[in-house]
Every structure is written in structure tokens, then in C-alpha cells.
Design a protein around this ligand. Structure first.
Ligand code: GSH
Length: 405
């Protein structure tokens, strides 16, 4: 690819992006979320056949219990459809359908199952040719016990209490010690079999534990200045997290640290006490993820621009209520971002002040800075794109933002 600038149209940017990634989403015009991922195994379904599984999950794709089910569906390569449920405004039909009124729920060949553990076990029973439970009876019994324990042993609760509990130093020390004791138990459980997983192979046990622990590993450093990753007390937990993060199915379903940490701040009101974790430099430079991020932006640019106009505050810069100049400046900077994702340092960034001389239109720069800061924090993985693409997106937005002033 040669060096480019933003004279490219959205269609041209989209074409270049699509040549560099196979990741695609379905558009859902006027709905929330505005796009949805395509299950990687949908191609296996004969034409004009409905998928055997319908998953009801949360609109924002934050729910760790839904993540468990999605992870298993991807690992087992089961084609499925998704119905998104807005947890802030649950539809009456869902309240009537699901006794707990919670997500996830699923219809497996028309039969309703709810609660992540029940769904995972029902998928095992129905789709036994891609097993995620050991066939060996003794190991199978250990697996079932570990899955039960995940619901009852309090390790997740201890983690979230430490994350969200009171700020008093003594209480925090107690909450930290309780959580560390739970992690010690997981260390021991992980030591039982050779390899990095809980059992002799990857299994439902890993699927049940990882969504919560990955979220805690992402947010405890920021909100409690406490690190699971790299902590010498938990070598097995660290090797396990690394092994899981190498699985392609997990890369499709997981959230990224920034999505979760912004959620903690925005929705739960937690105050960060440490710096955000650095964005993974390898993922930020991976072409497949950069192209996926550019593909999302180019394919969905109208929705992105409308969202920025409505929610970022940039509209306040419109003179006499004429928003067309604001819209143009937003679009210019988003194209610059897509271009930079695709062409890296070959993209001509504006570099605001060169040789002491201002190089920018101050109005456009102000709007662009707002737009970039907004989309950087607004995108949400895996709702809008994969976690890897979200990391590449945020990293590129930082770079373009840094070029403005
Ligand atoms: N034990 C359930 C927990 C499910 C759950 O707590 N889901 C949350 C989302 S993370 C929910 O539906 N919240 C909506 C509500 O509380 O009304 C499971 O494993 O599926």
C-alpha cells in the first residue's frame, strides 16, 4: 500500500480495509447495537435454514455471563442467531419469557434454557461432537465440580468487592487479602493438570472462569493499583490468561481493558487512582486489527458522525446553528483516522505546529480533537468491533489526536 492522505472516499477506504481483513458485521439500521458480529460458523448452515441456537444477550455486550455462552458457541462452531436485550428497558415479552428476567437465555432447537451454566451444559448435551467437557469420567466429575464452584466459591464476588468496595484503607487491605486467598485457590486448581488450563485440555471450566477474571485483571490496576498480570504470586493464573488470550474464539468474544474500565467509571462511578493500562503495542500494530477498525469506521461512518454530533458536545461549536461545518470537520478527522489505521506513518497527519508556525484551521482542529477523543472512549468491544481492533482503534486515535496541536 502506498502513502495516502484523506482525499480518499469512504468507499475507497472501505475497499482497502476489506482487502486486509476478513472480519465483517451485519448492519442493523436504526437499532442498538447498530451492527452485530457474524458467528464464525454461520457458513456451515445450509441455505435458508435457521440456526439451531438463538442467544438472548445484552445490547452493549458487557455481560460476562453472555460472554461465556458466546465463547462456547464459537469454540464448538455452532451456528447461532442473536437477539439483543436492552437491560435498561427490557421488553415485556422477554420478562414474560424468562423467569429470572436476566441474560443470557437461549433457545436450543426451540427449547428455552436460561442461566449461563445451564445453557453451557445444555449445549454440551445437544452438540456432543465438539466436546468441551472431558470424556474421562473422573476428570468429567472434577470439571462439573469446578463449574459449580465458579458459581458458589465466591472468587468473583471477592474480586468485585475489592474493586468496588469502600475506599477505607483497612477495609481495602482485608478485601485484597480475601481476593488473594481466592486466587491462591485458583492457583492450586490450575496446578492439578499439566498444561495451562484447569483440566488436561481446554474446557468449559476455562470458559466459566475467564470473563470475570479477565475483567478484574484489567481494572484492578487502574482502580486499586493492584496487578494480577505479572504478579509472581500467581504464575498459573498468568499462564492460563495468556493461553486463553491466544485462542481465536476468545479473541472474537472478549472485551478490551479500556471498554471495561470506561464502563466502571461511566456506569459505576469508580474513580481511577492509577494511569490507564498502556494499549498493547503488538495488537495496535497488527494489520488485521487495524484494517478491522478501519473497516468498521468506513462501513459505519454515517452512524459514527451522527453519534459524535449528538453526544460529544461538538455541536456547541456550530456558528448560528449551522452544523454543516462541524459535520465536515468531524468527517475529515474520521477519514484521517481510517487512513492512518490503513497506512500508518505514510498518512499525512496535520502536525499542527511545524517550525513554530500554526498549520491548522483552529475551528476544524477543535472539532477534530473533540471527535477523536469522543470516539476513542466511546467505542466498545465486542459490541462495535473485536477487542484487538478496539485496541488498534484507540491507539490510532491517540496518534492522530497527538498530531493536532
Ligand atoms: N447467574 C446468571 C447471572 C446472569 C446476570 O446476572 N445477568 C445480568 C447481566 S451481567 C442481567 O441480566 N442483569 C439485568 C438485571 O439485573 O435486570 C447467569 O449465570 O446467567
Amino acid at each position: 500500500m502506498s502513502g495516502q492522505n484523506t482525499s480518499l472516499s469512504w468507499e475507497q477506504l472501505l475497499e482497502i480495509a476489506q482487502n486486509n481483513t476478513s472480519a465483517r458485521r451485519v448492519r442493523r439500521p436504526g437499532q442498538s447495537p447498530s451492527t452485530a458480529p457474524i458467528p464464525s460458523s454461520l457458513y456451515k448452515l445450509p441455505l435458508e435454514t435457521s440456526p439451531p441456537v438463538l442467544l438472548y444477550r445484552d445490547t452493549n455486550s458487557w455481560c460476562p455471563f453472555c460472554e461465556r455462552v458466546w465463547f462456547a458457541l464459537e469454540e464448538k462452531e455452532i451456528p447461532f442467531a442473536t437477539e439483543f436485550i436492552d437491560l435498561n428497558n427490557k421488553p415485556q415479552w422477554y420478562i414474560d419469557l424468562v423467569p429470572t428476567k436476566l441474560v443470557p437465555a437461549a433457545k436450543i432447537e426451540g427449547e428455552l434454557v436460561y442461566g449461563s451454566k445451564n445453557i453451557l451444559l445444555a449445549l454440551e448435551a445437544r452438540f456432543s461432537d465438539s466436546p468441551l467437557l472431558p470424556l474421562d469420567p473422573e476428570e468429567n466429575a472434577i470439571a462439573i465440580q469446578l463449574i459449580e464452584d465458579a458459581e458458589t466459591n465466591g472468587s468473583n464476588e471477592a474480586g468485585y468487592k475489592f474493586l468496588m468496595g469502600p475506599a477505607d484503607a483497612d477495609e481495602l487491605a482485608t478485601l485484597q487479602a480475601s481476593f488473594e486467598a481466592k486466587l491462591d485457590e485458583l492457583e492450586q486448581a490450575l496446578a492439578k493438570y499439566l498444561g495451562s488450563y484447569f483440566l488436561s485440555t481446554f474446557s468449559l471450566v476455562d470458559i466459566v472462569y475467564v470473563p470475570h477474571l479477565d475483567r478484574l485483571a484489567a481494572s484492578l490496576p487502574v482502580y486499586r493499583d493492584y496487578h494480577i498480570k505479572g504478579n509472581p504470586r500467581f504464575p498459573n493464573v498468568n499462564a492460563w490468561l495468556t493461553a486463553l488470550n491466544e485462542r481465536p474464539a476468545y479473541a472474537r468474544v472478549k472485551t478490551d481493558a479500556a471498554t471495561f474500565n470506561l464502563l466502571m467509571r461511566r456506569v459505576w462511578g469508580l474513580e481511577p487512582i492509577a494511569n490507564p493500562l498502556p494499549l498493547d503495542p503488538v495488537l495496535s500494530e497488527t494489520m488485521q486489527y487495524r484494517a478491522e477498525a478501519a473497516e468498521r469506521l468506513s462501513d459505519n461512518s454515517e452512524v459514527a458522525i451522527a453519534d459524535i454530533l449528538k453526544n460529544s458536545g461538538a455541536q456547541a461549536l456550530a456558528a448560528n446553528g449551522d452544523i454543516s461545518a462541524v459535520k465536515n470537520a468531524i468527517e475529515f478527522h474520521l477519514k484521517l483516522l481510517a487512513d492512518y489505521l490503513l497506512h500508518g506513518n505514510k498518512t499525512q497527519l496535520p502536525w499542527g505546529r511545524v517550525g513554530g508556525k500554526e498549520n491548522l484551521d483552529p475551528f476544524s482542529s477543535a472539532v477534530g480533537a473533540i471527535a477523536l477523543a469522543y470516539v476513542r472512549n466511546r467505542i466498545c468491544a465486542p459490541r462495535d468491533m473485536s477487542a484487538g481492533a478496539a485496541i488498534a482503534f484507540r491507539s490510532a486515535a491517540d496518534k492522530v489526536l497527538a498530531s493536532i496541536y
